[in-house]
Design a protein around this ligand. Structure first.
Ligand code: URA
Length: 448
């Protein structure tokens, strides 16, 4: 919680939100107190949503220094309680992705790491811009609760060993509010806003060792390796400053991860993976992230050994079993996990054939993500309901040779006009080459 000493209160009382917005708009560096004033005011409602939106846009356009980003992170973390998990677990492990398309990694990695004997408690987010959100995905499972209280979080972590919930109202509430605003005001893809959003949650949530999955490419908020590396570096630095240990992986997000994009479609793909199947790229990705978590938890010395441990849990059913336990602990109907065919289907399911033959050189993840949002899988404005059944299943990845007339993708829609619009867009998301194309790499490196 904020330090509300008399001196600080006197300084803060003389400030005005509009001056801080103008200062950022005119490229000036904000002081620690200005950042705290703004975030504190936004949390208690004295700084309005429209002021916060204007300020977020100024930050997006003009950036922040590393010092400002660090101050912003701490101010957001301290906008509520800082959870201490030391009485609950030996080492609190956590992972977080910077946001991607088809990124259902948490749904597999958490149970895998749990099956390896570690406790993992995670607070996830909702869809943001064109990127999907873990909470929206998990809410496809009828009854699944994403609003655990802090006490429930701790109890479940202790007793069940894994938790996957939303930010409780009292943990980093400033981020909870700003996240929802950013989603609908075009202020998502800002390095300081992403870094502070993620790290404030991690600090407030009590994680001690964190794997950060920093996505790079057209379907990520960081489009270039340089930007992604800068984001990874500042987050790892902030973790160190807050006495946490973090490793950041730079991973490809030019094409969707796996095949499915859309809430229940992704849950089904995650369940398939937990059952030992699933798309190769997605499985590879999950094993890499899980491997780093296992190393951070002290469960292996090398990444190869850690990944072997992780892989065994996918093959022997223990990770699947952990996922069932998670769903059941949070009130979800486990029969959907056991029989994924039970998930409600969209009214229109259409397989679209390839209009030509050749090698795929692109499956533009941003277009696929935006199309999923347009079909109803994401939000156009704050609080919009989500349609869990809609989305896209692509059938090929970059580098694949595809014959004319072969199935290229399948659309799941609840509105005929939206289906037609989506067909056009997803066809355009596919780029072609007559000559052989190399598959995309999964990873570009790590920042420690
Ligand atoms: N994930 C978050 O929690 N926040 C962001 O800003 C982006 C991804």
């Amino acid at each position: 919680m904020y330090d509300n000493s008399t001196d600080l209160r006197i300084i803060l009382v003389s400030m005005r939100a509009v001056d801080i917005i103008i200062k950022k708009r005119t490229l000036q560096e904000l002081s620690r107190n200005e950042i705290r004033f703004f975030i504190q005011g936004f949390t208690d409602g004295s700084v309005t949503d429209y002021q916060a939106s204007a300020w977020a846009m100024a930050v997006l356009l003009n950036g922040m220094t590393d010092r400002e980003t660090t101050e912003l992170t701490l101010a957001m973390a301290e906008s509520g309680e800082i959870q201490d998990l030391s009485d609950t677990v030996d080492i609190a492990l956590d992972k977080h992705s910077t946001g991607g398309v088809g990124d259902k990694t948490t749904l597999v990695v958490e149970p895998v790491v749990s099956a390896c004997g570690f406790k993992v408690g995670k607070m996830s987010g909702r869809g943001l811009g064109f990127s999907g959100g873990t909470l929206d995905k998990m809410e496809s499972i009828p009854g699944y609760r994403t609003n655990l209280t802090t006490d429930e979080f701790k109890k479940q972590l202790k007793e069940v060993g894994l938790v996957l919930t939303g930010q409780t109202g009292d943990l980093a509430p400033a981020d909870g509010k700003l996240y929802a605003l950013r989603d609908v005001t075009g202020t998502v893809d800002s390095l300081p806003l992403i870094a502070s959003s993620i790290m404030s949650k991690k600090i407030a949530g009590g994680a001690r060792r964190i794997v950060l999955d920093v996505k790079v490419g057209v379907g990520a908020f960081m489009k270039t390796l340089k930007e992604a590396r800068a984001l990874a570096t500042i987050m790892v630095k902030i973790a160190k400053l807050a006495e946490r240990k973090a490793v950041a992986l730079l991973s490809d997000m030019n094409q969707p991860l796996g095949f499915a994009v859309g809430n229940s479609l992704e849950v089904k793909e995650a369940i398939e993976t937990l059952n030992g199947g699933g798309p190769t790229d997605f499985r590879t990705h999950c094993l890499e992230v899980a491997g780093h978590l296992i190393i951070l938890g002290g469960g292996a010395k090398t990444l190869a050994t850690a990944k072997q441990r992780a892989e065994a849990t996918l093959n022997d059913g223990t990770a699947f079993d952990r996922f069932r336990k998670l769903v059941s602990a949070q009130g979800g109907d486990v029969s959907y996990v056991d029989s994924p065919d039970k998930f409600p289907k969209a009214k229109f399911i259409e397989e679209v054939s390839s209009p030509r033959g050749g090698y795929l050189k692109a499956v533009d993840a941003q277009i696929v993500g935006e199309t999923s949002v347009d079909l109803g899988g994401g939000r156009a404005k704050k609080g919009d309901p989500i349609d869990h059944a809609v989305g896209i299943v692509i059938h090929h990845k970059v580098g694949d040779r595809v014959a004319k007339g072969e199935p290229l993708f399948t659309l799941h829609a609840n509105d005929k006009a939206k289906l037609e619009a989506a067909k056009e867009r997803i066809l355009k998301a596919h780029g072609w080459n007559a000559k052989k194309v190399k598959p995309l790499p999964h990873f570009y490196g790590t920042v420690k």
